[in-house]
Design a protein around this ligand. Structure first.
Ligand SMILES: Cc1cc2nc3c(=O)[nH]c(=O)nc-3n(C[C@H](O)[C@H](O)[C@H](O)COP(=O)(O)OP(=O)(O)OC[C@H]3O[C@@H](n4cnc5c(N)ncnc54)[C@H](O)[C@@H]3O)c2cc1C
Length: 350
């Protein structure tokens, strides 16, 4: 069954505005669906070879099959949304996961000169690094990159080369969010003998607690209130030393109490960072950018989930519509002004 990103069967009469959407995850696709339904000309720019964002390129195939994402994207194409795949929009963005798929690079300034409004829905594709000694040892992986590679292999874009052999292995997973849950799922599907999740807070603090409870009932070990202090091994990882933690005023405080867990593979899932074409965008400057016709939705603002990203994409699309109608009929994008505003943001005025 298709993942649904729109709410109408037919487009309304064409309206005289063109909107660019950067990123085709659930936030961008939901916005595209709404705006296309309302009769606007919508162009979606996506650096990957197809649409869906994390749903297509990180979340395990066993949970969200690529087929249902593809059907959802096809429905939008039939509705008249124009997709430009393998096209990365850049302003000052550094290299990120998945960039090797981009064949075309388009500047944000160019979009600003060609469109009446822009929605940035580029997600959070930079894994937060675990900062403990030993993290560079062979056998230690960040969960997002690992899940991305496994999904790309499962759907035929990559070979399995370079993906670790999980068969019979003891796997230690650090974290307790969706990403940690999914890497646990994949580890088991790929034949791990034993999987242990370790979380610095209590299970009740995790938004994925229902999924974790299910995994525990299926034999996964879950250790709460512990944080890694170093990864142990000579040639490759052999285990992790943890400190027990306590929560004081909402903050996690490591204690002196230590313990060791052995593991053949260590995967850390300690969060993702926003990957916007405008790097510092989340620091209180959204209002300034909105004045220039640049809007944001989804994980690029802060971590979301699929439902919230879809809801936010649609809400932001409505806001874009209101903004366009308020600004009309004068030319909406005063490009030099917008460029100056972005310059101010990037140069630290936020
Ligand atoms: C491993 C994992 C498991 C998850 N499991 C769940 C779950 O079970 N349930 C749930 O509700 N949520 C889950 N989430 C969270 C959910 O996937 C995200 O909240 C959601 O995908 C955010 O949607 P988005 O549209 O903001 O961004 P994304 O889905 O990240 O999409 C952003 C898109 O922008 C593209 N892009 C980035 N930069 C550029 C650029 N400069 N130019 C062009 N294109 C660009 C990317 O290629 C990507 O396609 C999970 C997340 C991860 C990582």
């Amino acid at each position: 069954m298709a993942v649904r990103f729109y709410m109408c069967r037919e487009r309304e009469v064409p309206r005289p505005f063109r909107i660019a959407i950067v990123g085709s995850g659930p936030a961008g696709l939901a916005a595209a669906g709404y705006l296309a339904c309302r009769g606007y000309e919508v162009h979606v720019y996506e650096k990957m070879p197809e649409g869906g964002g994390m749903m297509a390129f990180a979340i395990p195939e066993a949970r969200i099959p690529i087929k249902s994402v593809r059907e959802g994207v096809k429905e939008l194409e039939r509705l008249g949304v124009n997709f430009h795949f393998r096209t990365k929009v850049v302003y000052d963005s550094p290299r990120e996961l998945g960039d090797e798929w981009a064949e075309h690079f388009l500047s944000l300034e160019r979009l600003m000169s060609e469109f009446d409004a822009i929605l940035i829905a580029t997600g959070a594709w930079r894994p937060r690094r675990l900062k403990v000694p030993g993290v560079e040892l062979p056998g230690v992986y960040d969960a997002l990159s690992l899940l991305h590679h496994i999904k790309m292999a499962r759907i035929g874009y990559y070979s399995w080369e370079g993906i670790p052999d999980f068969k019979g292995k003891e796997v230690l997973i650090i974290g307790a969010g969706y990403t940690a849950v999914d890497v646990t799922l994949e580890s088991r599907l790929l034949g791990a003998a034993d999987v242990t999740m370790v979380y610095r807070r209590g299970l009740e603090h995790s938004y994925a607690k229902a999924e974790i409870r299910k995994l525990v009932s299926e034999g996964v070990r879950f250790i709460e209130f512990a944080t890694p202090v170093r990864i142990i091994g000579d040639e490759r990882v052999q285990g992790v030393e943890f400190a027990k933690t306590k929560i004081v005023g909402g903050s996690v405080i490591p204690t002196e109490e230590r313990f060791l867990l052995e593991g053949d593979l260590v995967v850390y899932a300690v969060g993702q960072l926003p990957t916007s074409p405008i790097r510092e965008v989340v620091c209180a400057n959204e209002e300034i950018l909105k004045e220039a016709g640049i809007f944001f939705a989804g994980d690029v603002i802060a971590p979301r989930n699929i439902g919230t990203a879809i809801k936010e994409g649609r809400e932001r699309a409505k806001e874009i519509e209101e903004w366009l109608l308020r600004k009309a009929p004068r030319k909406v994008f005063p490009v030099p002004v917008a460029a100056r505003l972005i310059g101010e943001v990037v140069n630290g005025r936020c």
